[in-house]
Design a binder for this molecule. Structure first.
Ligand code: PSV
Ligand code: MN
Length: 388
């Protein structure tokens, strides 16, 4: 066995929030494909998400998007989640799908629209109180398409003002995580394009504000693990939105496009103390499964994170440090790469079995009959879709 017990114990603390929207239909601007058995409401999304946790033991929380997942009775949704062995996780606001937000939300030149965007976040905070949720995740589609379209500086001032109003409404134990994205839907500039902008606003807001790093929101070639290091060093990495990309915000399965990048990111998490509960770092997926079945797509995703974390934990940190101190360039790199190339799959199978989980969650899902059951049961009604 390559993995020792201490490492397995550390691995056992891994908890990944899955996004409710991953279970609904999704696609591109060219086509949204409909798959049979899709969930029709947040209760059914939670049912599907609970399968991922039941088979992997890795996904105890489901992140919701408001208003997509709004229900009349939050107690009932919370109880439903509990009954299925999961809980409600991060609440994501949505100020990008209303005609009023054509020129932005918190940065919009019109004070009425800014007020509306703030009020939406206050409603999200009410939902967080009703569901006992800690984190409000804010991603803004705000930006401009043409130089001169709006005043870049004034938009930052409006942003700071709006975030302040939201931040001040947070409860004692609640947090705000501010996500950045370098382009899309705006193409000339985004108002929160990078970690520096997000961090600057978070530092101005106070201790309860931190940065959300979506792995798909960087220019090609960006050294994401360096950003992880910086943010952890400042105690301001609030959460990850994991996914992977080849070109833009592809939202593909985490670790699929570049497993080595995921390994490097997770090593910096380990190195930076991101696994300590006090760090407050939350792991989330932000993915869509456009052509593949959703539940196995999510199972594969959380397993990829677990596998790369196991490998990152295998780095011999004493040997690495010794080589680094000695200026042994190739030796240090070899210690690092040895861990990456270690196959941990057999150990993880054993680990799962020792916890009463299926050794192969993908196979267990396929054999469970759940897919056939929801296809038969979920007849009628409108299937949930990204953006609906
Ligand atoms: C924006 O691209 C984003 O990453 C934000 O996290 C949104 O909330 C999410 O996607 C919606 O899928
Ligand atoms: Mn995201």
């Amino acid at each position: 066995m390559a993995i020792d017990q201490a490492t397995l114990d550390t691995l056992a603390t891994l908890a990944i929030e899955v996004p409710s929207w991953a279970y609904g239909n999704s696609g591109t601007r060219f086509k949204v494909f409909t798959l049979p058995g899709g969930p029709r409401d947040p209760f059914e999304k939670i049912d599907d998400a609970a399968q991922v946790n039941a088979l992997t033991g890795l996904a105890p929380a489901v992140s919701l998007h408001i208003p997509w997942d709004k229900v009349d009775d939050w107690d009932a949704l919370g109880a439903h989640a509990k009954d299925r062995g999961v809980r409600i996780g991060t609440i994501n606001s949505n100020v990008f799908q209303d005609d009023d937000y054509r020129l932005g939300s918190l940065c919009n030149p019109d004070p009425r629209v800014r007020r509306k965007a703030i009020d939406h976040h206050l409603e999200c905070i009410e939902i967080m109180h009703a569901t006992g949720v800690q984190d409000l995740k804010i991603w803004l589609a705000d930006g401009t398409n043409y130089p001169g379209q709006d005043d870049l500086r004034a938009r930052q001032d409006r942003l700071a003002e709006g975030l302040r109003a939201i931040y001040d409404a947070l409860g004692e134990k609640q947090r705000l995580v501010l996500e950045y994205k370098f382009f899309e839907p705006a193409f000339y500039h985004m108002d929160v394009p990078d970690w520096g902008t997000s961090l600057t606003h978070c530092l101005a807001l106070g201790e309860k504000a931190s940065v959300c790093l979506d792995t798909g929101h960087h220019a090609p070639g960006t050294n994401i693990e360096f950003i992880v290091t910086q943010l952890l060093r400042h105690g301001r990495l609030g959460s990850f939105d994991f996914n992977s990309r080849f070109y833009a915000d592809d939202d593909l399965i985490v670790g699929a496009a570049d497993p080595f990048q995921l390994f490097r990111i997770l090593y910096e998490v380990v190195r930076g103390g991101g696994l300590d509960p006090e760090s407050g770092l939350v792991f989330m997926l932000d993915q869509c499964h456009n052509i593949e079945p959703k539940i196995p797509g999510q199972i594969r995703s959380v397993l990829n994170v677990q596998e790369m974390l196991a490998r990152a934990l295998l780095i011999d940190r004493a040997a690495l440090s010794a080589a680094q101190q000695a200026g042994d360039v190739l030796g240090a790199n070899q210690v690092y790469m040895d861990a990456f190339y270690t196959d941990v799959r057999a150990d993880l199978k054993q680990w799962r079995e020792s916890r009463g989980l299926p050794a192969d969650p993908m196979a267990a899902y396929a054999a469970s009959g759940y897919a056939q059951q929801i296809e038969a049961d979920r007849v009628g009604g409108a299937q949930a879709s990204w953006g609906a």
